[in-house]
Structure formats: C-alpha cells, structure tokens
Design a binder for this molecule. Structure first.
Ligand SMILES: Nc1ncnc2c1ncn2[C@@H]1O[C@H](COP(=O)(O)OP(=O)(O)OP(=O)(O)O)[C@@H](O)[C@H]1O
Ligand SMILES: [Mg+2]
Length: 281
C-alpha cells in the first residue's frame, strides 16, 4: 500500500535523478529533482534541472523548469473522504489494468471513450479510471497550451514540450509537461491585495477574454491557479493549470459562445472536459 499526499517517493527527493522520453523525438532527457509543490491533487508540479550529461539537442531548454507530471499514483482522490473509501495504489492493480489496456489495444489515443465509475471492489478498474483521468487532464493541458501560444511569455507560462517519465518498478510511464518556472511566485490568494496593480488585474481579465476567442475555456480559474511574481511586489501575473480546460472542436459560434458564458470565471465552473468524470464523487 502506498500513502498518497503524505510522503514523497525516493525519486522526488532533492538531488534524485529522473529521466524523461521527450515527445515526439523520443530523446532521453536526464534531470535532477529540486523540489515539489505539495500537496499534490491531480498533476504533480515539480521543479527540476537539466543534468550536465544531456546531449546538445536539448539546449533550447532552460537550466531549470517545471515538470508537471500526470501520475495517477498520487491523485488525492485516492484518499478517503466522507463516505468515499481510500483507493491506494498497488503495482498489482496497475499491472493488471495496463495488461488489459494492451490486450484490448486501448492505446494513448486522446479521443478514447472514458470509462464509467467502476464497482467499489474493482481495483484494476479503478486503476484504469485513474489512468484515463490522468490522460484526459494531460491532453486538455497540452491542447490548451498549443491553442494559446500567442499568450505564452506574458500571461501564460512558456510550454516547452512534453514527454513520458521513466519510472522503475511501474507498469506505466506517466505523461509530463515541461513548463517555464516562475521563481518567487505567490498565488493570488497569498498576496497582499494592495500590491496587485490595476494593470495586472486588467491583463488577467483580458487574457480570460482571449481564451474564448482562441477556442479554450479554462474551467478552473481560481486564485490558486493565478501566479504573481515577485510575490511581494508583483510585476507579472500568469494563469496556470489547464488540466480541466475544454477545447473548441466543431461547435458553431453560437454554441461556443454559450460554453464560454457558462465557464466564465466567477460562475461556478461547468465541467468542460476531464473534470466531468470526477463530478458527483
Ligand atoms: N510554472 C510554474 N512556476 C512556478 N510554480 C508553479 C508553476 N506551475 C505550478 N506551480 C506551483 O505548483 C502548484 C500546482 O500547480 P498546478 O495548479 O498546475 O497543478 P494541479 O495538480 O493541477 O493543482 P491543483 O489541482 O491543486 O490546482 C501551483 O499552485 C504553484 O504553486
Ligand atoms: Mg492548480
């Protein structure tokens, strides 16, 4: 049994080595773990640095950056809450789920049909469900960064790419995003409101307006998903965490406007994509 939300594994300890297969080239990237942003809820945001052993093909990456890992092993949903029982990760259930996925040829196609909530005693079923939700969040986040390229480096962080984290004694390699690190940041709820300028607030509002025009609804704009830096006298504000975002596909202008309206910040977020599979739990 592994506790989630309480203890970090040895590969998330300062100085630990990590390796990642960059997509789509499959280049192996060697990293060193620096710190984790805990507690984890869905993704795991960790700060890493490049290992000197990397070849020059990865020189476009900064020395330190955020790795946002979608490893279902650490989902906080596994912790007991109210009438919901604990659903601890086990290698056995992960391996059974991974074997069934392979046998049924359910690969990493982003358009897969998500499963319904499994029966209580179906441990591999839960493992599959957590895995699918990790994949949905990952696909939502990379799709959003892709559509919102024009906003990166101002009110969004720079998205450098993605890869598969290689972990020993596991039956899956979790997806991860490589993101610009905002040093000395505080979330909107942690800063003194007096130091947040009208200009910064205006830039955030303008950005949320742009999301809709660029075919994205964020669905989770909370103070915890807005970073201000430097924290004691902010000069930059960025919106992070697109794991629950919805992407415009073939909706008409009218349909899309309605979706944007429902998902407008301040209104209880409608579940645009991945989050709907967690609703009611
Ligand atoms: N680019 C970044 N630079 C600096 N800190 C970051 C960055 N991205 C994430 N963090 C830190 O990690 C925390 C979690 O990140 P994020 O919200 O993306 O993950 P999450 O698992 O979706 O979290 P949650 O579900 O709690 O909102 C942030 O609140 C912030 O403290
Ligand atoms: Mg968040």
């Amino acid at each position: 049994m592994t506790l989630v939300g309480h203890e970090l594994p040895e590969y998330y300890q300062p100085g630990a080595n990590l390796s990642l297969n960059l997509e789509p080239t499959n280049t192996l990237l060697f990293l060193r773990f620096l710190r984790a942003f805990t507690p984890f809820s869905m993704g795991q945001a960790i700060l890493v640095e490049l290992d000197p052993g990397n070849d020059s093909s990865v020189l476009y990456l900064p020395q330190t950056f955020i790795l946002k890992v979608f490893d279902p092993k650490f989902f906080s949903h596994r912790l007991p809450k109210g009438s919901r029982p604990a659903r601890p990760w086990t290698l056995e259930a992960e391996t059974t789920a991974a074997a069934a996925r392979k046998e049924q040829n359910r690969g990493r196609d982003p358009d897969f049909e998500p499963w319904r909530i499994p029966e209580d005693d179906d441990a591999p079923g839960w493992e599959e469900w957590y895995y699918q939700n990790a994949e949905l969040q990952y696909h939502a986040e990379i799709s959003a960064y892709d559509r919102l390229k024009v906003l990166q480096v101002t009110t969004l962080v720079h998205y450098y790419g993605s890869g598969l984290l290689q972990l020993s004694q596991r039956s899956i390699a979790p997806h991860a995003l490589l993101l610009e690190y905002i040093p000395d940041a505080k979330t909107l709820d942690q800063v003194d409101p007096k130091v947040v300028s009208a200009n910064l607030l205006h830039s955030l509002l303008e950005t949320t307006e742009q999301f809709g025009r660029l075919g994205i609804v964020h669905s989770d704009i909370t103070p915890g998903n807005i970073l201000l830096s430097p924290g004691n006298r902010p000069l930059r504000a960025v919106i992070i965490d697109f794991g629950e975002s919805g992407i415009r596909e073939d909706e008409s202008d009218e349909e899309w406007q309605k979706i944007v309206r429902i998902n407008r910040p301040g209104i209880p977020p409608g579940c645009a994509s991945a989050c709907k599979y967690f609703s009611g739990m």
